[in-house]
Write a protein that binds this ligand. Structure first.
Ligand SMILES: CC(C)(COP(=O)(O)OP(=O)(O)OC[C@H]1O[C@@H](n2cnc3c(N)ncnc32)[C@H](O)[C@@H]1OP(=O)(O)O)[C@@H](O)C(=O)NCCC(=O)NCCS
Length: 299
């Protein structure tokens, strides 16, 4: 790697998440810049072991600028892609505009290239930051439509809580052998974001369908509508089986990932908000057609 640029009063550090002081420093930075609490990760066994953080620290041990990449294997249009996900790009307000982030992008890109990732994905509300590096922006889509007919609701589901050790063990076990929730785009082989998002995503319910050995992440944003956020299972059940198991008979369903494995079709519409999904990689790997990475995989 080309030597990191030096900045007065700052020290460059890499892979410092295992140092308790460094781990606290990144937690403080992310809380200050994004208002996001990564504290729940401690109960989940800490950070993703594939994480490659690069950062600048001040003399007092504060992390003033950080960027990280971790392994996020994906299926894109039926093909397994060895992808990296970029996250936690943040610079403290007093240190902005000095080129710290530009240098961290350069280093993180170099590390991903050395590690041999085929593609890099990220979420941002500032796509202009990444376009110069060959990232392409995609507006994600959700899929909505009338619910399928449910012959008989059985309501056999049991609620899971990530805070309960037995439930957490079951979640981990099921995540370890999950099938991609969609062939169009889905994670295959990254579990930690699902568990962290179980804390972070608003109003999400996790239900266990014993007969299908499936975890369903869902919520009910309004009467008559059910929103499906993710399914963790070795075999993806169809939507009518899921609704029957959850004991629900809604009028409409919104699926927050491509529903190609659900035996149901919905109409695609763009996700609202400033956040866009970006990808850097060969043209042949770019997703074709409307997609959304499950919100439980968002990073
Ligand atoms: C965005 C952020 C990381 C930039 O950090 P920084 O250290 O000030 O950035 P740099 O000085 O290294 O500038 C890097 C480049 O980004 C550009 N840039 C900086 N802030 C930008 C913004 N808000 N929107 C678009 N481009 C921006 C700079 O013009 C510069 O471009 P150049 O390389 O062509 O000269 C920082 O403002 C921040 O932490 N913001 C809040 C969190 C955030 O938005 N993170 C990124 C989300 S993915």
């Amino acid at each position: 790697m080309n030597a990191p640029q030096t900045f007065p009063g700052l020290t460059f550090r890499q892979d410092y998440f295992d140092d308790p002081a460094g781990w606290k420093a990144i937690g403080d930075l992310l809380m200050t810049v994004f208002g996001v609490d990564i504290g729940p990760l401690d109960a989940l066994g800490g950070h993703d072991r594939s994480n490659m953080p690069s950062a600048y620290f001040d003399a007092g041990g504060r992390c003033v600028a950080n960027f990280a990449a971790f392994s996020m294997p994906l299926v894109i249009d039926g093909r397994k892609v060895r992808a990296a996900a970029w996250q936690s790009g943040a610079v403290l307000p007093d240190y902005r505009g000095r080129g710290l982030f530009r240098e961290l992008i350069r280093i993180t890109l170099e590390r991903c290239e050395q590690a041999g990732f085929e593609a890099i994905v990220l979420y941002t509300d500032k796509p202009a930051l990444y376009e110069p590096y060959g990232f392409v922006a995609f507006r994600e889509q959700t899929f909505s439509g009338p619910a399928p007919l449910v012959a008989k609701t059985i309501a056999s589901a049991r609620r899971l809580s990530v805070g309960n050790p037995a439930d957490l063990a079951l979640l981990r076990e099921t995540l370890a052998c999950r099938a991609p929730v969609s062939n169009r785009i889905a994670v295959c082989g990254q579990s930690l974001m699902f568990l962290l998002n179980a804390y972070l995503v608003d109003d999400v319910t996790l239900s266990w369908l014993e007969a299908q050995q499936a975890v369903i992440a869902w919520r009910q944003p309004r009467a008559g509508n059910v929103e499906l956020l993710d399914i963790v299972a070795a075999e993806i059940p169809t939507l009518d089986t899921i609704l029957a198991g959850l004991g629900l008979a809604p009028k409409t369903v919104t699926v927050q990932f491509p529903p190609d494995r659900l035996g149901w079709e919905g109409t695609a519409s763009a996700v609202e908000g400033d956040l866009v999904f970006m990808m850097r990689g060969p043209e042949t790997l770019m997703p074709q057609g409307p997609f959304r990475l499950s919100p439980m995989a968002e990073f």
